[in-house]
Design a protein around this ligand. Structure first.
Ligand code: AMP
Length: 279
């Protein structure tokens, strides 16, 4: 497994693989890897000939007061996991190299980014789009893999790729969950054992909502039901949002007549957890 820290090194390896006709698969991550990340790696390994993973905690996508400094980092464990999955190259740049002091160019998607998490995390998706665009230019993958756990992020990247004609295919993979149902996330490590158990209530609430959707139901009523379910299982939870939206435009729906995305962001013990379900 090649561990590349610089752009020329990545490009050299990719050029070599491409001359051999290999299809490049790419999985961008912020590290602190878990089975959710590894499911993307596995899919990439199945579908591509040469798989690159990046590990980069991107400062540009963290707002003031967010957890950039304390975001979990565990490089040696991550490298071991990637090595075990036979990843071909890990790109592990540092922030100085990714963003020079005089950098003044950003990539911003301006429609989907305003919805859901975008309302509460100004600049977040601009940071995501900028780093992903740069990573695409460095790795030049044929196919890249994102998780449905970050549904809005995946849709924004799809839009960016379409709007700017990046020559890359996007694949979106299902959410991997802990045994309890809690969506796997690097941030789950912040939770105490007790809260981690209780946090499974978020998924239970989403599943109940999916069940309620078998009949026609208004978004208002469904939202109230989800809120009640979450608070019942996690009394200390602070709900940031519960939204029922069109899965393509992310615009709010008044009632559920066909496919809808239910997305939630909830603070449990000051840890921001997101989850979603398609109904
Ligand atoms: P992150 O390291 O949190 O930036 O995530 C890197 C990639 O892994 C993103 O495409 C995420 O959507 C994806 N991912 C994170 N958690 C999960 C999960 N539980 N199931 C599936 N994909 C995930």
């Amino acid at each position: 497994m090649v561990i590349a820290k610089t752009i020329p090194r990545v490009r050299q390896e990719i050029a070599r693989a491409k001359t051999k006709g290999k299809k490049i698969g790419f999985v961008p991550t912020m590290g602190a890897l878990h089975q959710g990340h590894l499911s993307l790696i596995l899919k990439a390994k199945k579908e591509c000939d040469y798989v690159v993973a990046s590990i980069f905690v991107n400062p540009l996508q963290f707002g003031k007061g967010e957890d950039l400094k304390r975001y979990p980092r565990n490089l040696s464990r991550d490298l071991r996991l990637l090595y075990n999955e036979h990843v071909d190259m890990v790109f592990y740049p540092n922030a100085k190299m990714m963003y020079s002091k005089d950098a003044s160019t950003y990539v911003e998607e301006t429609d989907l980014s305003k919805r859901l998490c975008g309302k509460f995390r100004p600049g977040h998706f601009k940071g995501v789009c900028t780093v992903v665009a740069k990573l695409f230019n460095i790795v030049s993958p044929d196919t890249t893999y994102f998780g449905r756990k970050d549904y809005q992020q995946a849709k924004i990247i799809e839009r960016m790729v379409h709007d700017l004609a990046f020559p890359v295919k996007i694949k979106i993979a299902p959410i991997v969950r802990e045994k309890t149902g809690l969506a796997m996330s690097s941030r789950n490590e912040y939770l105490s054992g007790e809260s981690r158990k209780k946090a499974a209530g978020i998924y239970k609430a989403l599943q109940n909502a999916k069940y309620s959707c078998r009949k026609k139901v208004t978004s208002g009523r469904l939202t109230r039901q989800i809120k009640k379910d979450i608070i019942t299982s996690i009394p200390t939870a602070k709900i940031q949002y519960i939204e029922i939206v069109d899965p393509e435009t992310l615009k709010p729906l008044k009632s559920i007549k066909s496919r809808a995305l239910i997305a939630v962001a909830v603070y449990v013990e000051k840890v921001r957890l997101i989850d979603n379900i398609i109904v």
